[in-house]
Write a protein that binds this ligand. Structure first.
Ligand SMILES: Nc1ncnc2c1ncn2[C@@H]1O[C@H](COP(=O)(O)OP(=O)(O)OP(=O)(O)O)[C@@H](O)[C@H]1O
Ligand SMILES: [Mg+2]
Length: 256
C-alpha cells in the first residue's frame, strides 16, 4: 500500500482537485484506491457527492474504528472515500496535546494494508493534528502550488513545516512541488514558474497543471478530471503528471 499526502498550508491551490484527478487515474489503472478527506470543510467529500454527516474519518480518531469499515464506495470502480465531517475541526482542541495522537491515521491505515493499493490524503490548508497525522502516515508529499507570487510564500511555509517534522521524526519525506493554475498568457504565472524551477529544481514536477475551467466543471459534476469528457487540457495535464509521478516511484523502488 502506497500512501501519498497532498498538502499546502495555502488555501485554494488545487489540492482537492489534484486528489480527485490522481485518485481517478489510479483507480482506472486498476489500483484499489482510497481517498481520505482530512479537511473539516469536506470539499472532497462533497466533490464525490458523499454524505459528510455519516461516520467517516472523525470516527477513526474518536471511536478508534477502522478505515475500511468506514470508507464508502464512490460511483467509480475501485475508488473509495473516507469522508470528512465538520467535527474534524474539534480534534485539535480535543486531542492536540495528548501523546500518540500524531500516529492515529498511520495505525488505522496499517490495519487496512490488505484492502488498498493506494491511499491519497487530502489535507486542509493549515498545520494541525490532521496534517501531522497525514504526513506521519505518508511516504510522499505532493505540494500543489499556484503559479503566483503569494502562493510561493505559502510554499516556503509548507517546506519549513516538512523540515520541522523531518527533524522531530528523524526521516525526511520525499516531496514534489506541482505548479498549478498555470496561465502561460500572464507574466505573473510565467515568472513564478521560472522562480519555482530555479529555486527548487528537480523538486518541481516537469508537468504543470494549466488553468482549465473544465476542471471546475468536473468538480461541480462530481467526476474526476480524467472521466470528464469535456475536460481536455486539464485532464491531459493530470495524465502526464500521473505518468511522471509513477515513473519516479518506479525509479525510487529500483534503488538498492
Ligand atoms: N487547474 C485548474 N483550473 C481551473 N480551476 C481550478 C483548477 N484547479 C482547481 N480549480 C478550482 O479552484 C478552486 C480551488 O481548488 P481546490 O478546491 O482543488 O483547492 P484546495 O487547495 O483544495 O483548496 P482548500 O485549501 O480550500 O482545500 C475550485 O473551485 C477548483 O474547481
Ligand atoms: Mg481542498
Amino acid at each position: 500500500m502506497r500512501v501519498w499526502t497532498i498538502a499546502n498550508q495555502k488555501g485554494g491551490v488545487g489540492k482537492t482537485t489534484t486528489v480527485a484527478a490522481l485518485g481517478g487515474l489510479f483507480a482506472a489503472a486498476g489500483e484499489r484506491t482510497l481517498l481520505v478527506d482530512m479537511d473539516p470543510h469536506a470539499s472532497l467529500t462533497h466533490y464525490f457527492r458523499m454524505d459528510a454527516e455519516r461516520a467517516g474519518l472523525y470516527q477513526v480518531f474518536n471511536e478508534d474504528r477502522g478505515t475500511h469499515e468506514l470508507a464508502q464506495a464512490t460511483a467509480f470502480p475501485g475508488l473509495s472515500l473516507l469522508a470528512a465531517s465538520p467535527a474534524l475541526a474539534t480534534l485539535d482542541r480535543q486531542f492536540g496535546a495528548r501523546n500518540g495522537m500524531g500516529r492515529v491515521l498511520q495505525k488505522a491505515l496499517a490495519a487496512a494494508e490488505a484492502d488498498y493499493d493506494r491511499v491519497l490524503l487530502d489535507c486542509p490548508p493549515l498545520l494541525g493534528i490532521l496534517m501531522v497525522n497525514a504526513l506521519a502516515a505518508s511516504e510522499r508529499v505532493l505540494i500543489p502550488t499556484q503559479t503566483e507570487f503569494l502562493a510561493l510564500r505559502g510554499l516556503e511555509r509548507m517546506l519549513q513545516t516538512l523540515a520541522m517534522l523531518a527533524r522531530s521524526s528523524g526521516h525526511a519525506l520525499d516531496h514534489h512541488i506541482i505548479p498549478t493554475l498555470y496561465d502561460a498568457r500572464t507574466h505573473a504565472s510565467r515568472s513564478s514558474i521560472d522562480r519555482l524551477r530555479q529555486t527548487w529544481g528537480e523538486r518541481v514536477t516537469r508537468n504543470e497543471i494549466p488553468v482549465d475551467t473544465q476542471l471546475r466543471e468536473a468538480s461541480l459534476a462530481g467526476v474526476p478530471a480524467g472521466e470528464w469528457q469535456a475536460s481536455r487540457r486539464g485532464a491531459a495535464a493530470y495524465q502526464l503528471l500521473f505518468d511522471e509521478l509513477c515513473a519516479h516511484e518506479d525509479v525510487v523502488e529500483a534503488l538498492p
